[in-house]
Design a protein around this ligand. Structure first.
Ligand code: ZN
Ligand code: ZN
Length: 362
């Protein structure tokens, strides 16, 4: 709804000349993924779509959102009686791209019916590509979400972990976020002792004991934008921690730092992943790091680009990505350390996670 939103629509229509298969030209693009619609217009709601052509921008929604739609600058608004589909028939002309990777089979067939003589072209991923590089407004929102997450980590370290169940810690974290007017960007992970061996552990009734590792992976969504940060803590003191936990912590931290040093514009996702992964492999834990190194963060908690063994994504300045190696020892323990950073021409331009990474005993 601000100037930056109309800039985004402008970039999208500028790209229509090569948005089709094999870089062919499109006459228009229909955007129906609601996250993409929000990115282009600022609109949040359950029924909305955008049609972008070289010279027109039409936003379609229903009467429930008439007031919200009126506040959107730079778009013709069409209020339809039902679904956005109902307002389209007369508007589709020429080669019109649609988000084939997002619409249901049913919607696709309804769309073909509505299209008449217009040619529908599979053209998913256009807005997702634009979303990779963040503008200043997006970066400041992501930074605010990350700062709130850091504040929560600070409170958590003061509060301690041992003696509480994972579920209690989770409820406290989530409650604090909501009290601040934010929401979790994903359900927090609180994984203690052997539960730390599962990268996606759900917080449960296990009571956090002395002398063990606890992995906390959390973030908030604030003003639409997500943050994502993981730290692994230890309970009690250095003397209480077993040597395996200590060792995998140190290896994971070295891998995290190697990943940070490799992130820069022009690098390929698979190569950055390999730099961090090789640290873990050479320490003998290659089999224990079973996920990709990182992912983009923005309106969604997981978005392009990807840092992983098969990623061909070439990093660009202005992207926000995570660097989150982990080592998971089944039945025993696990570590993950995750930072969220801004990609720059020369390297990491900014690390949004400021919580210390030396093993902290809480
Ligand atoms: Zn995370
Ligand atoms: Zn992550």
């Amino acid at each position: 709804m601000s100037g930056s939103h109309s800039g985004r629509a402008g970039r999208l229509s500028a790209g229509l000349a090569t948005a089709g298969p094999d870089d062919s030209a499109l006459d228009g693009l229909l955007v129906t993924n609601l996250v993409n619609v929000e990115y282009l217009t600022g609109f949040t709601g359950t029924n909305g779509a955008c049609l972008v052509t070289n010279d027109r921008r039409v936003f379609l929604t229903d009467f429930r959102y008439a007031e919200r739609a009126a506040a959107i600058e730079g778009w013709e608004v069409e209020i339809v009686s039902g679904q956005w589909l109902d307002g389209l028939a007369s508007r589709l002309q020429g080669r019109v791209g649609f988000e084939d990777d997002q619409v249901t089979v049913r919607t696709a067939s309804q769309l073909r019916e509505a299209a008449g003589t217009a040619e529908l072209i599979e053209a998913g991923g256009q807005v997702e590509r634009l979303r990779r590089v963040k503008d200043d407004e997006e970066i400041s929102r992501i930074a605010a979400a990350a700062a709130m997450t850091d504040e929560l980590y600070g409170l958590l370290m003061e509060r301690g972990l041992a003696g509480q169940t994972e579920a209690e810690v989770d409820a406290w974290l989530t409650g604090w976020m909501r009290d601040q007017g934010a929401q979790p960007s994903f359900p927090p992970i609180v994984a203690s002792g052997p539960n730390g061996a599962s990268p996606h552990a759900e917080p449960g009734p296990r009571e956090i004991g002395p002398g063990e590792l606890v992995t906390i992976d959390m973030g908030v969504r604030l003003d639409g934008y997500c943050s994502d940060c993981t730290r692994t803590f230890a309970t009690d003191s250095e003397a209480d921690l077993d040597s395996l936990s200590r060792e995998i912590y140190d290896v994971t931290l070295r891998a995290n730092e190697a990943g940070l040093a490799a992130i820069r514009a022009g690098e390929i996702g698979s190569e950055v992943d390999e730099v961090a992964r090789s640290v873990i492999r050479e320490a003998g834990y290659g089999e224990n790091f079973g996920h990709g190194l990182g992912h983009g963060v923005g309106l969604e908690i997981h978005e392009a680009p990807r840092l992983g063994p098969s990623s061909k994504d070439v990093l660009m300045s202005g992207e926000v990505v995570t660097d989150e190696p982990g080592i998971y020892i089944p039945g025993a323990t696990g570590v993950r350390i995750e930072d969220m950073v801004l990609v720059g021409e020369e390297g990491v331009a900014r690390n949004f996670c400021s919580i210390p990474k030396q093993l902290t005993f809480v």
